[in-house]
Structure formats: C-alpha cells, structure tokens
Design a protein around this ligand. Structure first.
Ligand code: NAD
Length: 396
C-alpha cells in the first residue's frame, strides 16, 4: 500500500510504518549521544507508545539500560487500514531494544481495566520480579470505570464561563476566533474521572498489593500549567481540574509508598505537539508562537529532550528540586519571563496575514505530520509499504 496522510479534524487516520520507525530511531539516536544515566533498572511505562510516555521508555532503555514493560492502547493494521502510529512506534522500539540487548515487552489493552493491571503484574512477576520506576503517561478520551462499569468521557472546556480565544487552523494557516461554552458539573466530574489521578492510584495499589513494587520504587506522572492566556481552557478548565486531582493523587500515593521508601512525583512538562495536545482549543496557536520564540533563543525541546533532562538532571539528583507545590518543573524554560513576554506580544498581534512570519506554524505542522510518520527526510513516501507489522512481544 502507498500511504498518504488522511485527516479527520485534528487527527490523522493513517500512519506510515517507515516514518514512525524513523521517528523512534531519531529519538534513540538523540539519547545515545547524551551521557548515560545511573537510573532505574526495571521500568513500567503506562502509555508508552507515543508522546511523553514513548520518550520515557526510550530514555529508560537507551540511557539507563533498563528492562521495560510498556502498556498502551493502539490498533494494529487491518486489511486496508494502517495501524496507528503508536503501534508502528512500538514495532520499531522493541526491535531496537532487542538489538541493544534490553528486555522489552508490551501489553496492548485498556490500562484502565483490572484485566490489564493483572496482566502487567503477572508479566512483571514472571520476567522481572519487581519494578523500580512506574511512569504513568496516559492521555485518553474516555475511561470505562473498572468498578462500576460507567463510561466516563473527557471534555476540554472552560469552567464557569465561556472561553473566547484566537485559534489557528494550522493546515490552512488561518487565524480566527473560537468560543467554547463552559462545561457542566457532570462534564467536569467525568473529565476528572478520565484524566485525574484515580487510575494512577489504582495502578500503584495493584502493583504494591501484587508484591511487584521494589523497595524505594518511584512513580511519576506528567502535568501542565502554561501561561495565563491558556488558563481558562487548560489550568482552570476541565483538564486543569483533572490535573489538580492528579497532583493530589501524587500526595496520596507518596504517603502509601513511604512505607516502601518510595516516592511519587508529578512533573510539569513543556507544551508539545502530541496526539493529545492538538485537541485543545487555542493550544496549537500558542505552541506555534512559543516554538518560534524558544527556537530563536536556542532553548526549544521536544519530548525526548524534555524526558532526557528529567531523568538526567532531576530524577537522578539526590535532592530533586521541587516547586512550592511539590512538583518537578520541566516547563522552566517555557515559563521563563523573557519567553512569555515575547509570546504574549506575538499573541496580541498574530493574524492570518502575519502568522507565517510571527509564528512557527510551519514547525508546528511539521511536528504534527511527524507524529504519524510523515515528513521524514530519507523516507520514500511513494514506495509500497507492508502495513501488517507485528510487535514482537505481542504477536511476533
Ligand atoms: P499521547 O497522546 O502522545 O500519549 C498517550 C498514551 O496513552 C499513548 O501511549 C496511548 O496509547 C495511551 N493510552 C490512551 N488511552 C489508553 C488506554 N485506555 N489504555 C492504555 N493506554 C492508553 O499524549 P501525551 O501528550 O504524551 O500525554 C501524556 C501525559 O503527558 C498526559 O498526562 C498529558 O496531560 C501530559 N502532558 C502533555 C503535554 C503536551 O503538551 N503534550 C504537556 C504536559 C503534560
């Protein structure tokens, strides 16, 4: 099959196996050029197939030499439909881990379910014994609650009052206005149910009760704060309520883990193009401006640079620097005063007429295509592709 990108809103419904492989290889090659890290040896990454979770699995493997188990929810190829990008990422990741003599096994299923938690615990017991780092990096549109069976749906809306903002159609480079109506209390509750900390707590409890958490084990999950212009839709919106809940869960997990000498952290990361973040109204325009400013200052990072810095400079430090709310801050460069002042000035003046010049919309769009394996130099996009690729540990 010859694969071209096909869009449905902010999602691309096709993925290119060779391009995804190239993306994973580039990330591995970046970390291999950095110094290795004395870090965790047995790592469970929940949400390991794309974005920050994929970067966490790559740094664990190729910088720390860790054995990893990855959990994700991806679709394999069918007769005439490509697999999802995360599937192809995991095909390449497992191949590269094997070449590096690192253990890597994967579970493709619903991480919110009890069955997948039990499957992970059984696999850890059989192959690794115990885990010393659990990365919780899920971004999901819905969750079936494992106890009462309720389907909870996440929505990205402001709370209390409507939110009007500039936005960009990054395909057409058109800047317009959007107004998003506020969420109902029910939508807030359901978003917290999906993206809050309950499932993270359930994972840690299940792993601990299953006897597979090592003494001194660490767990980490990712959060976002961002600048005031995005507060109504992010930090003070439905997703922000969920992040508050996640951050509160870190405290509860910490208390539980302290008996094992373990610790739970939330790390606040930089805004980056991932499948999850493109769905947030206003964020693509903010990121296009942010990337322009950060690239000009030479401080732009992608997921892999962010996670390498997290492992190398924060997690492996004997006293991990935390903010006043106990969080690790990897958004330090994004939130620098000089960066934010410039972004805000650009935000005020950006329009359809000047967007190509004052923002990095081209870079944003490029990153978006790359999520699905498109736009990599050296990949022949007119070549026939075998789309039926197996993830070795699942069905190889
Ligand atoms: P992503 O969409 O790239 O990755 C989501 C991962 O979750 C994938 O591996 C996917 O397969 C997995 N997943 C989704 N539903 C699942 C399910 N039911 N069962 C098993 N796996 C499932 O997202 P991302 O942007 O890397 O987000 C990861 C975390 O990082 C989130 O908590 C997000 O809020 C946080 N974060 C993201 C940004 C950003 O700008 N992208 C910034 C700061 C923090």
């Amino acid at each position: 099959m010859i694969i071209k990108p096909k869009f449905k809103g902010f999602i691309c419904t096709t993925a290119h196996p060779k391009g995804c492989a190239r993306s994973v290889k580039e990330q591995i090659s970046y970390v291999q050029k950095q110094r290795s890290i004395k870090g965790p040896q047995n790592v469970l990454v929940i949400g390991s197939s794309t974005g920050y979770g994929l970067a966490s699995r790559i740094v664990s493997t190729f910088c720390c030499g860790a054995s990893t188990i990855g959990v994700f929810f991806e679709r394999p190829a069918s007769d005439n439909k490509t697999a999802t990008a995360g599937w192809y990422n995991m095909v390449e990741f497992e191949k590269a881990a094997k070449e590096a003599n690192c253990y890597a096994k994967s579970i493709n299923g619903d991480a919110f379910s009890t069955a997948v938690k039990e499957q992970a615990i059984a696999l850890i017991k059989k192959d690794l014994g115990q885990i010393d780092l659990v990365v919780y990096s899920l971004a999901a549109p819905r969750r079936i609650h494992p106890i009462n069976g309720e389907t909870l749906v996440s929505s990205i809306k402001p709370v209390g009052k409507p939110f009007s903002s500039k936005m960009i159609d990054f395909h057409k480079e058109k800047v317009s206005e959007i107004t998003v109506e506020p969420a109902t209390d029910e939508e807030v509750r359901q978003t917290v149910g999906v993206m809050g900390g309950e499932d993270w707590e359930m994972w840690i409890e299940a792993l601990r009760d299953g006897g597979v958490l090592a003494d001194g084990a660490t767990t980490i999950s990712y959060s976002y704060i961002g600048p005031e212009i995005t507060y109504p839709i992010y930090r003070e919106g439905t997703i922000g309520k969920a992040k508050n809940d996640l951050e509160f869960s870190a405290k509860k997990i910490n208390t539980g883990l302290s008996k094992l000498g373990g610790k739970a952290f939330v790390s606040v990361q930089k805004a980056l193009v991932t499948q999850a973040s493109t769905a947030i109204p206003g964020m693509p325009l903010y990121m296009s401006l942010l990337f322009k400013v950060m690239k000009e200052k030479g401080i732009h990072e992608n997921c892999i640079e962010q996670i390498y810095r997290l492992f190398a400079e924060k997690l492996s430090s004997s006293t991990i620097p935390l903010d006043e709310k106990g969080r690790i801050r990897l958004d330090d460069w994004e939130m620098r005063e000089d960066v934010q002042t410039e972004v805000l000035a650009l935000w005020e003046k950006v329009s359809t007429e000047n967007v190509a010049e004052v923002s990095d919309v081209a870079g944003y769009r490029n990153d978006f295509f790359r999520l699905f394996g498109f736009g990599f130099a050296g990949v022949d996009y007119d070549e026939e592709q075998d789309i039926q690729l197996d993830i070795p540990s699942i069905n190889g």
